[in-house]
Design a protein around this ligand. Structure first.
Ligand code: SF4
Length: 273
């Protein structure tokens, strides 16, 4: 394994573990169901390495309940048909201007700035997260800070680089107070922006990072554990569901599942070439 690959996997918490093939295969059936030891990932045909990797165990932290606290908005609601039609016809500059000036939901109240998205606007890969956090709110770019660092490592592990063939956006463009999960009406108000971004980019694959993104793209209730590995599509674009990097920071034992999901996405892309 190259030094770069090793450092990327270490960043993800997936350190190399070389085993005899028979031993690893046994692990794949027995221990790896819980993703706690090692597995052989076969990304054949995708140009991705075939190696045995092992997860470095860390204490598991339970995710605190995130409760959407909907309060009346001081922002004027402009969820009109005219607004939706205007967004649906907007080109990039106009779209980003509209996002930055948007006051269509209460999330406009405490944001420093809206965060439209970043990356290759003709990229075949599009990643959709949940919402900006404090660092994103401050810098105006999605997935910066620790979660962004992990996301970059995840991308690098399958041979991708942020901004090169990859566009990254969030389901809602403004930071929810205290990083709570966006409420349904906030997601609905912001949906025309995401829909327009997808329509403009026309990615060949969508990666839904976390439940709000998956539910928004698929239009149904989603449990990430149950949805992983299943085939979904949005407007005939394949959707791969996996964990949000912020969740993985809190639950590092699931990092290798995210690695599996990204390798699966890589294989799907290879099949579409
Ligand atoms: S979250 Fe979306 S809909 Fe709400 S104010 Fe921000 S840009 Fe507008």
């Amino acid at each position: 394994m190259s030094a770069r690959r090793e450092s990327v996997l270490r960043e993800m918490g997936l350190t190399p573990l070389w085993r005899q093939r028979s031993r690893a295969s046994a692990c794949a059936q027995n221990e790896l169901a819980e993703c706690s030891v090692a597995r052989e990932e076969d990304c054949a045909g995708s140009g991705i390495l075939v190696e045995t990797t092992a997860f470095t165990p860390e204490p598991r932290v339970l995710e605190p309940a995130l409760v959407a606290q909907a309060t009346p908005s001081a922002c004027p609601s402009i969820g009109t048909d005219a607004r939706v039609a205007r967004i649906a016809g907007a080109q990039w500059e106009e779209l980003e201007r509209e996002i930055r000036a948007c006051t269509a939901c209460r999330l406009c109240e405490q944001r420093r700035q809206a965060v439209p998205g970043v990356g290759d606007r003709q990229g075949p890969w599009m990643l959709v997260g949940e919402a900006p956090g404090s660092e994103e709110d401050r810098r105006g770019e999605p997935f910066v800070g620790q979660a962004g660092k992990l996301l970059d490592a995840m991308l690098a592990a399958i041979g991708l680089v942020r901004g090169e063939g990859v566009y990254i956006a969030n389901t809602v463009k403004c930071r929810p107070p205290l990083n709570r999960t966006p409420a349904a009406d906030e997601i609905a108000a912001c949906l025309p922006f995401l829909e327009r971004q997808i329509r403009l980019i026309q990615p060949r694959i969508l990666i839904a990072l976390g439940r709000p993104a998956a539910e928004t793209l698929l239009g149904m209730e989603v449990r990430i554990n149950a949805a992983r590995g299943k085939e979904f599509s949005y407007d005939q674009i394949p959707v791969v569901v996996t964990y949000h990097p912020a969740y993985l920071l809190r639950n590092p034992a699931d990092k290798c599942k995210a690695w599996e999901d990204l390798c699966r996405a890589r294989r799907l892309m290879a099949r579409r070439d």
